[in-house]
Design a protein around this ligand. Structure first.
Ligand SMILES: [Zn+2]
Length: 313
């Protein structure tokens, strides 16, 4: 694990190293038990948009979920392939949203209705996406932690807003008993492409002083939207420094974030082997059976011969 003061020099090194890449920083105050995670995921969300042909409304909703999943990796071991799956099932027109992330910073996801209509609302003097209308304000948020130690842990909480960030904050406080503040933003350009996407998670841990809790609450409330900060050129380490200003911020973790799908022929084949003999025969009557990966759109084709080699007798 790294442990570095978040000085101007450290921040410049990070900026030079990552440039336009996506990454997450984990920072802590030197003397108080709290953690701050800030992620930039512009490239990952844009990749999701292109893979799935997402409408602007779907880009914002899935983008928020992907960033949320990246922030949820605070619950798994850093730099491992332990993973977290976030599933949002709201009563809005987008249907189910699935996003997954692992301790190495790899994210992937999909939505049921990628072409969902884009709803907007007027707030704070400008037109914003109405994400809770797209997602739905009633439903559930499910988190599945796969720690590779046997059974995955699943927790379900009701949606509290459908805006995703607030729903995650609620999940952290209810299911994990960690008081948390979450901010997530996805900014879509005129042409529908992703201009900025990122988020933060601030958590206070046991033994923290009331004074620092108040200070962090105040900082989070006063913080401009993440995408606005990113538009101004602020990077994850700068945002972490803004939140922890005066508390001697230390950088304790760093990882590149990317949209990555580990699917392969074996995974695709095993999904076909779950079918019954007659379902499979029906599928193979019209030629090779096709499996399309929901996360990345890759198409796998199997002939009867291909499948024989793996089909149990
Ligand atoms: Zn895939």
């Amino acid at each position: 694990m790294i442990q570095k003061e978040l000085t101007d020099e450290t921040r410049k090194d990070l900026k030079d190293y990552f440039q336009n890449r996506d990454y997450m920083v984990i920072a802590v105050p030197k003397r108080e038990p709290a953690r701050v995670y800030v992620v930039k995921a512009t490239g990952a969300v844009e990749t999701a948009r292109r893979i799935h042909g997402l409408s602007p409304g779907a880009t914002v909703a899935l983008g928020r979920a992907l960033i949320g999943a990246a922030l949820l990796t605070s619950l798994v071991k850093h730099a491992t392939d332990q993973k977290v799956l976030l599933k949002i099932e709201g009563n809005g027109p987008i249907g189910t949203i699935v996003a997954e992330a692992d301790g190495k910073g790899r994210v992937r996801g999909f939505v049921e209705n990628p072409q969902v209509e884009t709803f907007t609302k007027e707030a704070e003097g400008r037109t914003k996406f109405d994400v809770s209308r797209i997602v739905g304000s009633e439903g559930t948020l499910t988190v599945v932690k796969e720690l590779r130690l046997g059974t995955p842990y699943t927790s379900v909480v009701p949606l509290v807003s459908g805006e995703i960030a607030q729903d995650l904050a609620y999940y952290f406080s209810q299911s994990e008993q960690i008081p948390s503040a979450v901010g997530i933003g996805v900014l879509v350009g005129e042409d529908g492409s992703v201009k900025q996407a990122g988020g933060f998670l601030v958590q206070t841990l046991g033994g923290i002083s009331d004074k620092v809790v108040d200070l962090l609450e105040h900082r989070v409330t006063e913080l401009p939207p993440v995408t606005q900060l990113m538009e101004e050129g602020k990077r994850p380490e700068d945002i972490a420094t803004m939140i922890l200003d005066g508390l001697e911020p230390q950088l304790i973790g760093l990882k590149e974030v990317e949209y990555y799908c580990p699917c392969d022929e074996d995974v695709a084949k095993s999904s076909l082997l779950l079918l019954t003999e007659s379902e499979l025969n029906e599928l193979l009557e019209e030629g090779p059976a096709e499996v399309v990966c929901k996360f990345c759109g890759r198409v796998y084709r199997f002939t009867r011969e291909d499948l024989k080699s793996g089909k149990p007798q």
